[in-house]
Design a protein around this ligand. Structure first.
Ligand SMILES: Cc1ncc(COP(=O)(O)O)c(C=O)c1O
Length: 439
């Protein structure tokens, strides 16, 4: 074993992952095979360019890796090579989206994506009023569609009306906290009517689409992007799949437009994950992820929590804590101390800040990868409800100074809290019974 301090930290992190319940919807556990491919000698090689068109010598094996990854991506989604092209080189989801815009838009063109606090993503043109936050809103003009205030799901007629007025060059769907299926047919139709491209960013649900548990955007979208480290269960990376007539522009945008040498070790890991995704056991996994999230949503709802949109079709559950006058920050820290790792999140029409938002986002992909099913979700829901009950008197005050004081005191209090410590021991003993995939 190599003796570097980093390996001590890795050991500690592995222990943490084994002893805690990972409930962040964008996280998962890659398999041993994926990890071995990523940690291989492929990382030593420069391979600028694409298969059979490299700028460096010695790429015979790199060509095989990248071509196999492309083939497997097509197979995963049941796509025909004559209609679709694949780029597996984006370093991650954010550069993948930027590469698509760089290929299809001119600076100053208009994009329309989901409003970030409703559950959209930064790379869909996020800005605060006229202040660009994401670089995408520096290069392009952006406007956002919302979920309906009452139902907290999309009103497609309202989106169509907005698109007709705004006339964007691209309409983007997908996000980080929208728990319901997206109607790709409707959004693609809206885009077509105004002469816009339709980009489906399925970063979160790619694995669920591959496993047949969520609807596929492929019959309708012009371009689909996704990350490979969430429900896809591969290494950190991303893929762009585009209509055949757009792929050359997109390839040129990724390299040489935005990136240099591709990370072939990561691409190898993506290929291995894609191979795993076409198995019957992965299809069972994808369905179980959704069933687990639906169970969790139903149990939390029974316990009195306000579940955004009333439930979920996916791997994630969004809880609105405003009816309890609680902050997502408070609940997330208390859960953390109990060994349940969730994340605080904004909820639709949130008036709180993104750092201290009013929601809690929970996901089931990682727990399902450890073999947890409906009974385990019910048990975890009881714990989550108990933690919320335990902190229900801890109301976040108004004003920056008072919030800072409260946050400091609260963190100290939960660190010492004997009830949370006891629950943590129970959660740890439970979590350790479920094997952690990977090495
Ligand atoms: C919808 C969506 N798009 C893009 C991204 C960006 O991916 P990355 O974090 O790999 O840059 C994410 C990440 O959470 C996402 O949820």
């Amino acid at each position: 074993m190599v003796m570097d301090k980093i390996f001590e930290i890795i050991k500690k992190e592995k222990k943490r992952q084994r002893e805690e319940l990972a409930m962040i919807p964008s996280e998962n556990f890659a398999s041993e095979a994926v990890m071995r491919a990523v940690g291989s000698s492929l990382m030593n090689k420069y391979a600028e360019g694409y298969p059979r068109k490299r700028y460096y010598q010695g790429n015979v094996n790199m060509d095989l890796v990248e071509s196999l990854a492309q083939e497997r991506i097509l197979k995963v989604f049941g796509l025909n090579e004559a209609r679709w092209g694949v780029n597996v080189q984006p370093y991650s989801g954010s550069p993948a989206n930027l590469a698509v815009y760089n290929a299809l838009l001119a600076p100053g063109d208009k994009m329309m994506g989901m409003y970030l606090p409703d559950g959209g993503h930064l790379t869909h043109g996020w800005r605060l009023d006229s202040r660009p936050i994401s670089i995408t809103s520096k290069f392009y003009r952006s406007e956002f569609y919302h979920v309906d205030r009452k139902t907290r799901v999309f009103n497609y007629a309202a989106i169509a009306k907005q698109a007709k007025k705004y006339r964007p060059k691209i309409i983007i769907s997908g996000g980080t906290a929208y728990p319901r299926n997206i109607n790709h047919k409707k959004l693609a139709g809206i885009a077509k009517k105004v002469g816009a491209y339709y980009l489906a960013d399925i970063a979160h649900e790619a694995g669920l689409v591959a496993g047949g548990a969520n609807p596929s955007p492929f019959p309708y979208a012009d371009v689909v992007t996704f990350t490979t480290h969430k429900t896809f269960r591969g290494p950190r990376g991303a893929v762009i799949v585009a209509r055949r007539d757009l792929i050359d522009k997109i390839n040129f945008s990724v390299f040489p437009g935005l990136q240099g040498g591709p990370h072939l070790h990561t691409i190898a890991g993506i290929a291995v994950a894609a191979g795993e995704l076409t198995t019957a056991s992965f299809r069972r996994y994808a369905r179980q992820v959704v069933k687990n999230a639906q169970t969790l949503a139903a149990e939390l709802k029974k316990g009195g929590l306000d579940i955004v949109s009333g439930g979920t079709d996916k791997h994630l559950v969004l809880v609105d804590l405003r009816n309890l006058k609680l902050s997502g920050w408070t609940v997330a820290w208390a859960l953390d101390k109990a060994g349940i790792i969730a994340n605080r999140n904004t909820v639709p029409y949130d008036t709180a800040s993104p750092y201290y938002p009013s929601g809690l986002r929970l996901g089931t992909p990682a727990l399902t990868s450890r073999g947890m099913k409906v009974p385990e979700m019910k048990k975890i829901a009881v714990w989550i409800l108990a933690v919320i009950d335990h902190v229900k008197k801890e109301k976040m005050p108004e004003g920056k100074k008072a919030v800072n004081r409260f946050a400091k005191k609260f963190r100290q209090a939960v660190d010492r809290d004997p009830w949370l410590k006891k629950l943590n021991r129970e959660v740890t003993a439970f979590a350790k019974k479920y094997p952690l995939p990977g090495i």
